[in-house]
Write a protein that binds this ligand. Structure first.
Ligand SMILES: [Zn+2]
Length: 399
């Protein structure tokens, strides 16, 4: 029995100094008395959650933080979300994430205007995808409607087909950019070409729907993570509003805890998430509490909202659990999965700051938790997958 452990992952929290915050990062500018209190009794350092040569995605970063090597286990965004939905595709299938999106025109010169197709209504999206599936009657393709603009496409036997090698860019990465390279990729696949062109044609005739294209991307064979419990000896759960964290959790055999007020935004139910972690850890070992808000605020370019989100996290999650963790000897690790610098409005590959606190063996740490303090501590883990084993080793030592 090595003790209990809480991971608090504030998605995209890390940042660069901003002029509008007087040269501070949002984490430095935010009032975070609880995290600072912990930092003073913690090991604070940095960890390279995005491996060399890999794109700085939440899927890759969170897989690393859960202790699983993306180079071995990451097969694509689609397979992770399929796992979240509880789909059980065959080994030889390919699963794509499919967006309903808005483009200026579905031609090589057209540009990606909105990766979420305005605010697509879930019922309308489902109705449309049902009709699209019937209209195409491609036996190898199955559409799985999800929520709003986020859906899945399964290609039976696709793993051995040329589609496995297509590289279509994620639509959120090409806002304002021309579609040429991606339409060329779709052009290499007769089945996908028929799907995307027929969809664009049908969407032209839809009234009152801003989305005018479908965009399959992030394809891969099914995700198969090793059992978290067998690998690390801990019974655990993920607490998150977003599908990709749920998918990683489900695939690794972790429980998924739904918090009704969890929205994935600034207005999420912070207290509800804190309570869910507390309840779970009464009887189990490991809770992975993920907060999407800071990343959303960064993509929106709002330093003010990002600072606010970090303050709410500090007050309503860390502050709420601080005394209890102290009393029960519960260890905690606070980090982000990757940086999402406000100025870039997208993810960056820099190492992330983290703090690890073991109330049974406090150490002397910096007076606050920030990117700069993490950098100056000298603790640097070169791979994201090293962090969890490094923490477990500290926990074993303090027994
Ligand atoms: Zn992320």
């Amino acid at each position: 029995m090595r003790g209990k452990l809480l991971f608090l992952i504030a998605d995209g929290m890390g940042d660069h100094p901003l002029a509008e915050l007087n040269g501070r990062t949002p984490l430095q500018a935010a009032r975070t008395p609880n995290m600072d209190h912990l930092a003073a009794k913690s090991r604070v350092g940095r960890c390279q959650t995005i491996p060399q040569g890999q794109p700085p995605g939440s899927d890759i970063a969170n897989m690393s933080l859960l202790g699983f090597e993306p180079k071995i286990h990451h097969t694509g965004r689609g397979p992770i979300e399929a796992a979240a939905q509880g789909l059980d595709p065959a080994e030889e299938d390919l699963i794509y994430r499919l967006n309903l999106c808005s483009v200026s025109s579905f031609t090589p010169e057209g540009v990606m205007q909105d990766h979420s197709g305005g605010h697509v209504d879930t019922e309308r999206a489902r109705d449309f995808l049902d009709r699209l599936g019937r209209d195409l009657a491609e036996e190898s393709l199955l559409l799985f409607p999800g929520f709003q603009y986020r859906h899945l496409l399964l290609q039976r036997g696709g793993r051995a087909k040329p589609e496995a090698d297509l590289s279509v860019r994620p639509p959120h990465d090409i806002l304002g950019r021309e579609l040429g390279p991606d339409l060329e990729e779709y052009g290499k696949s007769p089945v996908l070409s028929r799907l995307v062109h027929r969809a664009a044609q049908m969407l032209q005739e839809e009234d009152g729907m801003e989305a005018n294209a479908v965009w399959p991307w992030g394809q891969g064979p099914p995700l198969k993570l090793p059992s978290f419990r067998e690998t690390f000896g801990l019974s655990g759960a993920v607490i998150s509003a977003v599908d990709l964290i749920k998918g990683l959790g489900r695939s690794a055999g972790l429980e998924l805890i739904a918090v009704p007020g969890a929205t994935g935004g600034l207005d999420t139910d912070y207290l509800g998430k804190a309570e869910a972690a507390r309840n779970f850890l009464q009887s189990k070992d490991f809770a992975y509490l993920h907060l999407e808000g800071p990343d959303e605020c960064s993509h929106a370019g709002s330093a003010k909202d990002k600072v606010r989100c970090i303050e709410l996290c500090d007050e309503l999650i860390v502050g709420q659990l601080l005394q209890w963790m102290q009393d029960k000897g519960i260890c905690c690790m606070i980090a982000c999965d990757h940086l999402t610098p406000i100025q870039m409005r997208t993810h960056a590959k820099d190492p992330v700051p983290f703090l690890f606190h073991d109330p049974r063996a406090p150490v002397s740490g910096p007076k606050c938790f920030s990117e700069a303090e993490a950098e100056s501590s000298g603790i640097f883990l070169e791979q994201g997958t090293q962090l969890l084993p490094w923490i477990l080793k500290q926990m074993d030592h303090s027994l």
